[in-house]
Each structure stands twice: as structure tokens, then as C-alpha cells.
Design a protein around this ligand. Structure first.
Ligand SMILES: Nc1ncnc2c1ncn2[C@@H]1O[C@H](COP(=O)(O)OP(=O)(O)OP(=O)(O)O)[C@@H](O)[C@H]1O
Length: 253
């Protein structure tokens, strides 16, 4: 059996006496694109925060490529190959687009290549940042302050920052939130390209995006996964229809 890229075993989280995540089991394979959907307040962001080490779990385990993440700080988990974006934009608005990407590369490369000469390191950072700008279609915005980009471009930059460290497990929190149809189409294509061959775990409310992009979907309701499976199976699952999807799909029309 191959090791999952990410595995959750009976993961639980309580805030005080309130159980928010109530025993989640999930294995996401290498190179899989996995979406987590569910109603507001179901615990999706909490689940993200547990996986990335922002919150300690109350019980259970998170494994990244088979390695238990218990007690690891978010930056350590990041350096083990898991990178996340945030719902709120997380860029430095006054720095140029290029510097934003370069900074995140420096953060991730700095410790690995600290034996390099400053010159070699600086060249590698510049080349790496330029490659990422090309991947996210922002080469022609290279020297603009990031804060002057359009909303969709800022989200694209944020995806660039998320992938900059070369992580092979990427977590995106509502990557198309607040976007028009055309902006959404643009970001979906970009996500598809930059996550090719990587593992993607995303929380997303737009069902068009979820069903267009995900290989598998998990439905979180009240802190429990009520279904995990291929999009067509999840769509047809009566439990999912009742708990979430009926209303969510209606809201699309
Ligand atoms: N730090 C905290 N302390 C106490 N309760 C919290 C904390 N963080 C989240 N909660 C509660 O946990 C529940 C789940 O919240 P969470 O943000 O994880 O849901 P969600 O599925 O991401 O919702 P949405 O789709 O609206 O973003 C909510 O009832 C929330 O009030």
C-alpha cells in the first residue's frame, strides 16, 4: 500500500466543552486534488488549522507522507512540504510583486542553501521568483506594488507565494471567494496548472469550482465527514443532498 500524502486519523478538536471536529478520518493520495465542502460553521477552517499546526488537536493524528505532525510548529510543517494559503489576502501590498515571491522563496530556501555564496543564492532566488511569476501569469506585473494588482491578480500572487517553497502538498482556503465568473475561471485554470503532480486540498464554496477541479470530495457537516468519494458519487449521495448539496447547488442558480 502506498503512503497517503496526508492522512487524518480520528482527528478531534474541542474549544472548551464544545466539540468542533468530531473524529475525522481521511487519506488523501499523492497528486490528488481533494475538496472539502460543507455548510458554514461545519469546521472546515478548524480542520485546516489542525492540519497546518495552527491549533493543537484534542485527540487523533495528522500524518504528512506517513510522518506524524504531533507537536510540530506551523513553520516546521511548512518545511516538511505542506503549504497553505489564507482566506484573507496575505501579501505585502507595498512591496513589488517580484519581491513578494522572492521573499517567500528566501524563507523556504534560505535554510537549505545557507552554505551557498550570497551571489549564487541571490541569483537562484531571482531565477526562482521569475519562474513562479511566469507560472502565475504575472511577469508583466513584476515591478508593481502588489497592492495595486486587481483582486484576482492578488489571489494569483498569493497562490504563487503558497507554491514558492516547492511544497508538494498545497492547501487553499476558498481560492475563488469574492470573484466574478471570469475571474473564477481564470483562477481555476491557474490552480490546475500550478498543482499538476502535487497534492491539493481545498476548502471551497463554489460548487462549479469543486466539481470542475476535484478528483475526490469530502463533505464535512457538524465536525464529521458524512461522505468522501468521487464527485459523481458524492453528488448522488442522498445523505449529502439532504445535509448540504441540495441547498448549495440551488444557490448556484
Ligand atoms: N478559536 C475558536 N474558539 C471557539 N470556537 C471556535 C474557534 N474557532 C472556530 N470556532 C467555532 O467552530 C465552529 C466551526 O468554525 P469553522 O470556522 O471551522 O467553520 P467553517 O466550516 O470553516 O465555516 P465557514 O464555511 O463559514 O468558513 C464554529 O461554530 C466556530 O464558532
Amino acid at each position: 500500500m502506498t503512503t497517503a500524502a496526508l492522512e487524518l486519523r480520528n482527528l478531534q478538536k474541542s474549544f472548551g466543552k464544545t466539540e468542533i471536529i468530531r473524529g475525522v478520518n481521511l487519506a488523501v493520495g499523492k497528486s490528488e486534488r481533494h475538496a472539502i465542502i460543507g455548510p458554514n460553521g461545519a469546521g472546515k477552517s478548524t480542520l485546516f488549522n489542525l492540519i497546518t499546526g495552527r491549533f493543537p488537536q484534542t485527540a487523533g493524528e495528522v500524518l504528512l507522507h506517513g510522518q506524524n505532525l504531533a507537536g510540530k510548529a506551523p513553520f516546521e510543517i511548512n518545511r516538511m512540504g505542506l503549504s497553505r494559503s489564507f482566506q484573507i489576502t496575505n501579501i505585502f501590498p507595498k512591496m513589488s510583486v517580484f519581491e513578494n515571491v522572492r521573499c517567500s522563496l528566501l524563507w523556504s530556501m534560505g535554510y537549505k542553501y545557507n552554505f551557498w555564496s550570497m551571489v549564487g543564492r541571490s541569483r537562484a532566488l531571482t531565477e526562482g521568483a521569475e519562474q513562479i511569476l511566469e507560472q502565475i501569469n504575472l511577469t508583466n506585473r513584476r515591478d508593481l506594488p502588489a497592492g495595486t494588482l486587481s483582486y484576482a491578480e492578488q489571489r494569483a500572487l498569493e497562490i504563487g507565494i503558497t507554491i514558492a517553497g516547492g511544497a508538494d502538498v498545497i492547501m487553499l482556503d476558498e481560492p475563488t471567494a469574492g470573484m466574478s465568473h471570469s475571474e473564477t475561471d481564470y483562477i481555476v485554470e491557474l490552480i490546475r496548472t500550478v498543482t499538476e503532480g502535487k497534492t491539493l486540498i481545498m476548502v471551497e464554496h463554489d460548487m462549479g469550482v469543486v466539481f470542475g477541479l476535484a478528483d475526490r470530495i469530502s463533505v464535512l457537516v457538524y465536525g464529521e465527514l458524512i461522505a468522501t468519494g468521487r464527485p459523481e458519487d458524492v453528488r448522488g449521495d442522498p445523505k449529502v443532498q439532504e445535509a448540504y448539496l441540495g441547498a448549495a447547488l440551488e444557490a448556484e442558480h
